[in-house]
Design a protein around this ligand. Sequence first.
Ligand code: UD1
Length: 362
Amino acid sequence: MRIVSIVGARPQFIKAAAISRKLRQRHEEFLVHTGQHYDYDMSGTFFEGLELPQPNVNLGVGSGTHAAQTGKMLEGIEDVLLAERPDCLLIYGDTNTTLAGALAASKLSIPVVHVEAGLRSFNRSMPEEINRVVADHLSDLLLCPSETAVNNLALEGVTQNVHLVGDVMLDALNWTRERGAGAEAALLDRFGLKKKQYLVATLHRSENTDDPIRFGGILECLNSLDEPIVFPVHPRARKLILETKFQPMPDLHLIEPLGYLEMVALIGSARLVLTDSGGLQKEAYWLGVPCLTMRNETEWVETVQAGWNVLVGPDPARIAGTVKSFSPPGEHPTLYGDGTAAEKCVDLIGLNSEPMALAVRA
Ligand code: UD1
């Protein structure tokens, strides 16, 4: 099969690396980068670190309002699809890149395969939630990381070509851990930290970064915690930190975004993770690190049910109190599959080429 894959934002490079490695053993892949993320440390470093092949095309879309960014992507992706005429299009996750890919391909009657289908926060004020709903309803093959995701789709009447495969991010994490020797010691040394005696923080969701009072409250809270914190700062948060002239205490290390290998090493040795990222909630879980999620809901409800993740919202007092008191249980059930999700996805893409094509012709 000839398959076009669309990536554009940081978590998609991680997911695509896991799939691409398996996909290219059996099929021909044409990789499109929309350019949604363009800084080297948000993009290039992931291609290198995860050995993801360089994109065949980079649309260079860059930043913009949601409509402007998505509109430019739509035009660029349509051109690629008209030229390449693939058997299907592969989209990942829930970003504007995902949405644009789903829209462009479905209007050309090109079957859409969605990796990480069915996730819901049930909060439509999140741009990612809009992207998920639209992408899922336009997809012809839906590959889900959890039983919850399969059920979410069923509740919306989507039951055809829906499969539980597990999470391809676990495949990527395992691949990286096998290659990460030495990264941990170098990081601890760089910041003068001791294993399990520091916290990792990340913050980039628009709900947290677009409201200066909410964002400022979280930053002041981190500043007041009595433990070293390493905070790799996403560009969206960096802008606001610069604007507010926030002064971090010496133990709060605000650093540039890290590559994936270093990030995995940093999380693995932390005492606790504080985040609003979806990926980090799962990575913390798989690495056996307790997690506080600075949101009011999560798509990864199983980590909360297992007792290793707690939703603390943006409230500084609640965050500070839970950082001190949170203690996960002894049990740590296996979540989101066994690290072979990419292989399952590629099997299903091969098997479903006929039904997908038939669905489109009908
Ligand atoms: C996007 C996704 C989000 C995903 C996240 C991972 C959407 C709606 N959101 O959020 O689901 O979890 O990526 O990081 O698609 N910027 C740079 N350099 C870059 C990239 C971004 O400076 O390389 C700045 C731009 O000024 C931009 C801002 O960061 O305005 C936000 O970038 P954007 O692509 O809009 O969304 P993210 O917040 O990264």
